[in-house]
Design a protein around this ligand. Sequence first.
Ligand SMILES: Nc1ncnc2c1ncn2[C@@H]1O[C@H](COP(=O)(O)OP(=O)(O)O)[C@@H](O)[C@H]1O
Ligand SMILES: [Mg+2]
Length: 218
Amino acid sequence: MQITGRGLNLIYDLNQEECTYGFKDITICLNPHEMVGIMGPSGCGKSSLLYVLSGMKKPTSGTVYYNDIDTKDYSISEMASIRKAKFGLIFQKHFLIEYLSVLDNVLAPVNSQRKEEVEKAMEILEALKISHLAKRRPGQISCGQRQRAAIARALINNPEVIFADEPTASLDHDNGSEVINILNKFKDRAALVIATHDKTMLKQADRIIDLWDGRTVK
Ligand SMILES: Nc1ncnc2c1ncn2[C@@H]1O[C@H](COP(=O)(O)OP(=O)(O)O)[C@@H](O)[C@H]1O
Ligand SMILES: [Mg+2]
């Protein structure tokens, strides 16, 4: 899948008198098998850009194309189906369900306990080195392990694009680097977009887009 954003702007309307830019005039192309870093300080628009590229928010102006199709042509529910089927989303907070086991959290997006699905979930947990924790609940594992569980959940649908918003922000440097290494292994299957304020996490990026105050820095 190829995602292209042309001339994108996002304005948040705070109230009738006041508005603020999420980001301004961004043109970006995401290609398969590429790790793209979106870099910049807090408040520069990284999360906003990921929301728009993943179709969670509509841009105020400009166009997002999925495989050359203008996403304005899709309804909200069609967009949600595309996201569910094609995208893997990873956030700074893991958003795991506390009362489900790690394994059941990973299976939640596929909503199935079929043998093939369970085997696949276990394979992913194995690749992330947490298969031995499959039966535990999120409250019974470490922060870094929870982030890996959230990554496993994002990967269960074989996403074509993985959007990760500050996936390492709640981790120490070593755990953060390892999470990026793990994500990088999925580059042969998916495009990876990683937003972070920490440049040291983007050593493996094929491309880095620097944002400053909502704009790209050339
Ligand atoms: N829901 C919101 N309502 C109003 N302004 C927002 C909202 N979310 C983000 N912003 C503003 O948009 C700008 C970009 O924010 P954000 O995309 O969260 O940046 P980053 O992820 O780089 O920290 C900031 O000025 C922020 O205050
Ligand atoms: Mg953010």
